[in-house]
Structure formats: C-alpha cells, structure tokens
Design a protein around this ligand. Structure first.
Ligand SMILES: [Zn+2]
Length: 58
C-alpha cells in the first residue's frame, strides 16, 4: 500500500471584477462590510472602488 502524498494546490480565488482565477497569495483583497472581495491586480481593485463610489452616489 502506498500512502500517496498529494501536493497541496494553492487556493484559488476569482477576481471580483473580471472573474479571473488567481492564487490567493497573489490576490489583492479587501474586506468589505461583511464579505471579502478579491482582485487579480490593482487595476481591478481600482475599478471596484470606483463602482462602489458610484453606487453610493445613487
Ligand atoms: Zn481582475
């Protein structure tokens, strides 16, 4: 019997803006009120921030 070691796969999260999957280590995240959003990069983070501001102005 062989006890196979399964390599740990890095946890993937999907970007909240473009839905691209990125390893959780590389993702930018932001804790919103009651959930955490992840981004593939600062560009998407900026977009999310802008969207949020627009929502608040409605
Ligand atoms: Zn993205």
């Amino acid at each position: 019997m062989s006890d196979k070691m399964t390599p740990k796969e890095p946890e993937q999260v999907s970007c909240d803006i473009c839905m691209k999957e990125v390893p959780i280590d590389e993702a930018n995240s932001c804790e919103a009120v009651d959930y955490v959003v992840h981004f593939c990069g600062l560009e998407c983070f900026q977009k999310w921030k802008e969207n949020k501001q627009l929502e608040q102005e409605k």
